[in-house]
Design a protein around this ligand. Structure first.
Ligand code: CA
Length: 231
């Protein structure tokens, strides 16, 4: 398998080089950009497997770059991890809601970064080795299409299963009803957006008996989010 390629967008050279060093040692192919403009040029040239974007950049913020790339059809699927020195909850939420696939707060160890990158890569490939997805004791087994908590099976219909699978493999991000329709049912099917609410209700009800209904969070005016964090 060819080495996975990471593009680091960070203006502070010592930090960028330190990250690059750690990632190369972990077997990644690394490219570097010192600002958003250079990042976009490099993206047009060759698509990396993951983008690491620092929040504070000279020409535009990492969050703005993330938003722009996630709005663009060509780069929408590109996994983005935001690097941030800001630890405040509101910034993390802004980062994830801006479309970042994950965020990591400085300072971080190379090992932690590698673990996060691998997790994001597994999530997007949706395959190899990722047969089992687990969240806080809630286990989804993709081979058997079963969801379990300990030795008990969570009874789910096929649509609720698909919905939960989508949520568990795309946690911490808010999806609108339209996006959920698109991602879970596929864009070609005509289904009313209200249908989503029905399935959400059923999914919550099934999870309620196990205490996991709180993971399916309603974000007022925006949609739904799957999160093991509270609030
Ligand atoms: Ca910076």
């Amino acid at each position: 398998m060819p080495a996975k390629q990471v593009l680091i967008v960070e203006d502070e050279r010592p930090i960028r080089e330190m990250i690059a060093f750690g990632l190369r040692r972990a077997g990644f192919e690394v490219r570097e950009a010192e600002d958003c403009r250079s990042a976009r040029l490099q993206l047009a040239d060759r698509r990396p497997d993951v983008l690491l974007v620092d929040w504070m950049l000279p020409d535009m913020s990492g969050l703005e770059l993330t938003r722009a790339l996630k709005r663009d059809r060509d780069t929408r699927e590109l996994p983005i991890i935001l690097l941030t020195a800001r630890a405040e909850e509101s910034d993390r939420v802004a980062g994830l809601e801006g479309g970042a696939d994950d965020y990591i707060t400085k300072p971080f160890s190379p090992r932690e970064l590698v673990a996060r990158i691998n997790a994001v890569l597994r999530r997007v490939s949706g395959g190899d080795g990722e047969e089992r997805v687990e969240f806080d004791g809630l286990v989804l087994d993709r081979a058997s299409h079963r969801v379990t908590v300990g030795d008990r099976t969570v009874p789910l219909g096929p649509t609720e299963y698909r919905m939960l699978e989508f949520f568990m493999t795309h946690p911490e991000r808010v999806y609108s009803r339209e996006q959920l329709l698109d991602r879970i049912w596929g864009g070609s099917v005509y289904i009313e957006e209200r249908t989503i609410d029905v399935h959400i209700r059923r999914l919550r009800k099934a999870l309620e008996a196990f205490g996991y209904d709180r993971f399916i969070q309603t974000v007022r005016g925006a949609g739904y989010r799957f999160s093991a964090r509270t609030g």
